[in-house]
Design a protein around this ligand. Structure first.
Ligand SMILES: O=C(O)C(=O)C[C@]1(C(=O)O)C=C[C@@H](O)C=C1
Length: 97
């Protein structure tokens, strides 16, 4: 991690990371839309076991990096809840439901 020499430099670095985070979330969101095409039922779309795996992996990664796993769980919950809704809408629009 870069050592910054001023508050402005810290903020500039944060701004860059925030943009990258949003780009990554956007990429994830586009993949979710594709996932619906490979599913046959609403249970497949919800994929509760997969959500548990994703959440556990995210928590483990947070712990390994020394950040609060509960914060990551909260962020992922908001993100995945929204993406599941998107995927359900995509699934319905595909006419399979
Ligand atoms: O892995 C899937 O089946 C997905 O559709 C992706 C994803 C996710 O956000 O990671 C989204 C919806 C499902 O509830 C499970 C996981």
């Amino acid at each position: 991690m870069k050592k910054c020499n001023s508050l402005q430099e810290v903020r500039d670095e944060i701004d860059v990371l925030d943009q990258q985070l949003i780009e990554l979330i956007s990429q994830r969101s586009h993949l979710i839309r594709q996932a619906a095409a490979f599913k046959d039922t609403i249970e497949d779309v919800k994929a509760e076991d997969r959500i548990d795996d994703v959440m556990q992996r995210a928590r483990n990664k947070a712990i390994s990096l020394g950040i609060n796993p509960n914060m990551i769980s909260d962020l992922f919950k908001v993100m995945i809840d929204e993406m599941v809704e998107t995927e359900i809408a995509e699934f319905r629009n595909s006419g399979k439901f």
